[in-house]
Design a protein around this ligand. Structure first.
Ligand code: PHE
Length: 372
């Protein structure tokens, strides 16, 4: 590095010449003015105010000047750099302001716009009611079991102690499934969820505490009170020392959870081949609680002024069923029930016509909201 040259004239060092410094400054200032947005200004800053900008490079030349010339050149270049710095700052503020205002307009949200143009779907009430019913038993410790909708005749009838000539097997009730040649396939559309009892006993370790919600099929014409496709909730308990009292308690807990606490239930003697004894289960009408019976002044639409509503069938598992499923009836006993899911929906939500449940009009489902 050469020693300072006392005869060195800063005016002769081109980048430090007043005209040149003024030119660099003016060039920077007009570039700053021309920057149309913050990105462009960033480029301008890099070109005119960074360590590699012409003014910064000129600043470096000052060190090589003789002391007498340094102050003058320093003032000149420093002043120019200050001007550029201030102009950058000012332009930055203007451009940020502009951007903020643009964003406010471009990203504006019109909170008065209609929000419901894309309607929200709703689950079918049969699904949500079935889940609610199932949950009541899951809460009591039951597991959920499943079986196929196209079922072997053996599970649907034989294992459940239906004699070969039992009326329920005939064409009036059962959808028989043909084989490829149009003959008997040994399969049916299950007419109830009870075949799941046998499947659960065969598949699971004892004791068994299961509920099985599902679709069932019978050859009924669709009308206000019948549908060929409907749903049941099967329940099965097989354990040591099980009695009808446990069944009664489970049914009462179910009625209390779904229809309201404190409703009475009653068993009416009935017949099912797979339970012995068997009963129909009624619950006290949760609307009139019996007050409409024999009282034409205050009829009840919910129970047709009968005071009771039938909700399903039940009974003590027939030892023949246990034997068919490989369970020793000397050691184990149990009970089962089958509750109608459509009936529960009709009563719990005042649905009067079963056709509403199957026609698929989304206004029906939507009326029940998006219950999860
Ligand atoms: N499976 C019977 C029906 O469909 C109901 C039922 C289930 C009865 C379990 C007793 C025990 O009507």
């Amino acid at each position: 590095m050469s020693a300072p040259n006392s005869s060195y004239d800063p005016v002769e060092v081109t980048p430090l010449h007043p005209d040149e410094v003024a030119r660099m400054r003016d060039e920077a200032l007009s570039a700053i003015e021309a920057a149309g947005d913050l990105d462009e200004l960033k480029e301008v800053r890099l070109a005119h105010a960074s360590d590699r900008s012409p003014l910064a490079l000129a600043n470096r030349e000052i060190g090589a000047l003789p002391p007498a010339a340094k102050a003058d050149a320093g003032k000149r270049v420093g002043g120019a750099r200050r001007d550029v710095g201030q102009a950058l700052k000012a332009r930055q503020a203007v451009l940020e302001n502009e951007r903020d205002e643009r964003v406010l307009v471009e990203e504006r949200v019109d909170v008065t716009l209609p929000w419901d143009r894309t309607p929200r779907g709703a689950r079918h009430p049969l699904t949500t009611v079935a889940e609610r019913m199932t949950d009541v038993f899951v809460g009591m410790g039951f597991e959920v079991a499943e079986g196929p909708e196209v079922e072997a005749e053996w599970f649907n009838f034989d294992a459940l102690n239906f004699e070969p000539d039992h009326p329920a097997r005939t064409m009036q009730d059962t959808f028989f499934v043909e084989n490829d040649e149009g003959g008997d396939s040994g399969m049916v559309m299950r007419t109830h969820t009870s075949p799941v009892q046998v499947r659960a006993l065969l598949e699971r370790e004892l004791p068994v505490y299961v509920v099985a919600p599902g679709k069932t099929f019978r050859t009924d014409e669709l009308d206000a009170t019948h549908t060929p496709v409907f749903h049941q909730l099967e329940g099965l308990v097989v354990d040591r020392g099980i009695t009808l009292a446990h069944l009664r308690g489970a049914i009462d807990a179910f009625v209390g959870a779904v229809f309201g606490e404190g409703l009475r239930t009653r068993f009416r003697a009935s017949y099912f081949p797979f339970t012995e004894p068997s009963a129909e289960v009624d619950m006290e009408c949760f609307v009139c609680r019996g007050s409409s019976v024999g009282n034409p002044e205050a009829p009840c639409r919910t129970c047709a002024s009968e005071g009771w509503i039938e909700i399903g069938g039940c009974g003590v598992v027939n030892p023949r069923v246990l034997r068919a499923a490989g369970v020793d009836p000397e050691e184990y006993s149990g009970w089962a029930f089958g509750l109608g899911i459509e009936r529960t929906l009709m009563f719990a939500h005042g649905v009067r016509d079963m056709r509403d449940m199957v026609e698929g009009d989304i206004r029906f489902s939507s009326a029940f909201g998006s219950e999860i």
